[in-house]
Write a protein that binds this ligand. Structure first.
Ligand code: GLU
Length: 428
């Protein structure tokens, strides 16, 4: 008999603890800059609610595996909780809470009428069949039902989840409630209420930020060199968009390794190659490079578009880029961020730079509630305008407070959340 019960409850990885502490530190920092009332800090320094559930899954071979899943509402003062669901072996309660907190500030910076949430299941989905993945999703959704709904909590895709998973999630909610429930979840397939322009929206939002940051730093966009870590849901479309817009995508890294071409990688050809091979390594239109060489690529902009904590202080010391734009959630450690500040390398932070995804999610939710789909042009224009306004408000804050974009972004986010908390009556 295997006895593993004692390992199930509440253990967090050092990375999750680091992520949570970092988001707390940035809250305290912004609160100091803004002189935020203590009552608001007390509300925001812990998640509003966490639902943890066991998720039993019958494997295709008949075995039963029991996973753990969470949904965290960090704060809902500005509206229903909003945020993705991830399936990953690193998922735990604290990591999910840190990501949910980031969503609170992200939705606030982009002026979306949502709070911050996040969910996930601790599992390795790469080892699951399609049927297993569907059963896992449906059971997770069932367990999280009390929290879900268009006016409570609206999930979306995140790491290792996609439109298909959102479709199963929506169907499970519809079955349980016996009613249409399109606005319960975003990032759905078009056939069941998804929005045009949702796929690739995070990448388009990053492009708006790269353009704005280039203008601000007197850099020429056309022909500029970019290195991208990640060639998945965000990094893939991003490489394609930047390449089409005239930049030179000189280095790309993914889980299989890294490649480099000083003249610019032919991104559409790489996309075709990766579809077949599953990774960038082996692509003949570029040279294989080491991870270390990837991070020291000479470029105008470095874009981490994979998982959290990719850039530590050692990498930050060696980075040879003029600016950093964070497409992933939490890719730069606090120590690395200090190095960037010392080296005067501007960083466009995640809660601003990757807000295109949740902004398109908001548009999808609005269309579902109106029962009236928008054209792709309408989505694209509004997405661009929204991202541009978010960038401007953060930039204005950097000037007003004389701080980095990361600190200013947190200040903009906190300011609006704080106002909402106070207006709800929590001034004491
Ligand atoms: N997972 C995306 C994010 O981290 C999108 C969340 C959403 O659309 O709710 O921003």
């Amino acid at each position: 008999m295997e006895k593993s019960g004692q390992h199930v409850a509440g253990t967090s990885s050092p990375e999750a603890i680091q992520r949570w502490n970092e988001i707390l530190d940035s809250l305290y920092d912004a609160a100091e800059l803004l002189n935020t009332p203590q009552s608001v800090i007390k509300v925001l320094e812990r998640p509003q609610r966490i639902l943890e559930a066991s998720i039993p899954l019958r494997r295709d071979n008949g075995d039963v595996e029991v996973y753990t899943g969470w949904r965290v509402h960090h704060n809902t003062a500005r509206g229903p909780a909003k945020g993705g669901i991830r399936f990953h072996p690193d998922v735990d309660s604290l990591e999910t809470s840190a990501l949910a907190a980031a969503m609170t500030y992200k939705t606030s910076i982009s002026q979306l009428p949502f709070g911050g949430g996040k969910g996930g299941v601790n599992c390795d989905p790469t080892g699951l069949s399609l049927g297993e993945l569907e059963r896992l999703t449906r059971r997770y959704t069932w367990e999280m039902l009390p929290l879900l709904g268009p006016d409570r909590d609206v999930p979306a895709p995140d790491v290792n989840t996609d439109g298909r998973v959102m479709g199963w999630l929506m169907d499970t909610v519809s079955m349980a409630r016996g009613e249409e429930s399109a606005a319960t979840v975003t990032g759905k397939p078009l056939s069941i209420g998804g929005s045009l322009g949702h796929v690739g929206a995070t990448a388009s939002g990053v492009v708006t930020c790269v353009r704005a940051a280039f203008l601000l730093n007197d850099l020429t966009f056309e022909g500029a060199r970019v290195a991208i870590q990640g060639f998945g849901k965000v990094g893939g479309p991003l490489a394609y968009l930047l390449h089409s817009a005239g930049m030179r995508v000189v280095s790309i890294a993914d889980v299989t390794g890294a490649i480099h071409n000083p003249g610019g990688i032919n991104v559409p050809a790489l996309g075709e190659f990766v579809k077949e091979s599953g990774g960038v390594v082996g692509f003949t239109g570029a040279d294989a490079i080491t991870n270390e060489e990837f991070w020291t690529t000479k470029c105008e902009v470095m874009i981490p578009a994979a998982l959290a904590l990719a850039i530590d202080s050692t990498i930050a010391e060696k980075l040879d880029a003029r600016i950093v734009v964070e497409a992933a959630n939490g890719p730069t450690s606090e120590a690395a961020d200090k190095v960037f500040a010392e080296r005067e390398i501007p960083v466009v932070p995640d809660i601003l730079a990757n807000a295109g995804g949740v902004t398109a999610s908001y548009f999808e939710w609005v269309q579902n509630r109106q029962g009236y789909p928008w054209t792709s042009q309408e989505v694209a224009t509004r997405l661009h305008d929204n991202m541009h306004n978010a960038f401007e408000s953060v930039h204005d804050k950097t000037v007003e407070l004389g701080v980095s974009m990361r600190r200013a972004a947190m200040a903009v986010g906190l300011e609006r959340v704080s106002e909402a908390i106070i207006d709800r009556g929590f001034r004491f």
